[in-house]
Design a protein around this ligand. Structure first.
Ligand code: TMP
Length: 216
């Protein structure tokens, strides 16, 4: 896939297993970049646009009985809408786009987790993104069981729920997802930087900052 060089903006994605704290890190990164005077769009996948947020609800609802291929197509449907409506215009306007999860999540979850054909996933990712790939991807690495327990604890505390449809998958599934991310990071080591989650969000944020200079 082509790096985001045709347009003026900078495209950064934040990936990680469940409970890795990527949403907090995306927010801290946004605040930091804004302090540097950058215009930032913080968004997420699946989601962002109205339509894609509706797809997100279906994808994450424990009541949805989805076969793996339907799941894959829904993530890609949300993505193409998100790209055309949000990400591409923001990049063209010269913004820094921070996206909480993107195409690497599909390779990790639907490829390594659901065992769907990686070639098919790469093909659909390419179509849905119009060939645009991030300038930088941060992968926040955390032990799958530890992360999952943390995510489920927070869900219980905040919403009284037992986790979303994906969080309810087995530790084995989430271990495979983690393997997927780490393999991707090896393959695309220039773009994907692996950061182990630290004892505090601020410590993790400081490690992320080290990789920013190269893309700013
Ligand atoms: P999160 O953004 O709160 O982490 O929730 C999104 C969930 O969707 C998470 O479990 C990862 C999963 N996911 C996929 O399985 N495939 C994808 O392509 C994306 C973007 C997310």
């Amino acid at each position: 896939m082509e790096k985001m060089k045709k347009n003026k903006g900078i495209f950064i994605t934040i990936e990680g297993g469940e409970g890795s704290g990527k949403t907090t890190q995306s927010r801290l990164l946004k605040e930091y970049l804004e302090k540097l005077g950058r215009k930032v769009l913080l968004t997420r996948e699946p989601g962002g646009t109205l339509f894609a947020e509706s797809i997100r609800k279906i994808l994450l609802s424990p009541d949805s009985r989805l076969v793996p291929l339907s799941e894959l197509f829904l993530y890609e449907a949300a993505r193409s809408q998100h790209m055309e409506e949000f990400i591409i215009p923001a990049l063209k306007a010269g913004k820094v786009v921070i996206c909480d999860r993107f195409t690497d999540a599909t390779v990790a979850y639907q490829g390594y987790g659901r065992k769907l054909d990686i070639k098919l996933i790469n093909r659909l990712n390419k179509e849905a993104t119009f060939g645009i790939s991030p300038n930088l991807t941060i992968y926040l690495d955390i032990d799958s069981k530890k992360g999952l327990n943390k995510a489920k604890f927070l869900d219980k505390e905040s919403y009284g729920s037992d986790g979303d449809r994906i969080e309810r998958e087995s530790v084995l599934f989430h271990n495979n997802v983690r393997k997927g991310y780490l393999n991707q990071a090896k393959k695309c080591h220039k773009r994907i930087k692996v950061i182990k989650t630290q004892s505090t969000p601020l410590k993790t944020h400081m490690l992320i900052r080290k990789y920013l200079d190269a893309v700013l």
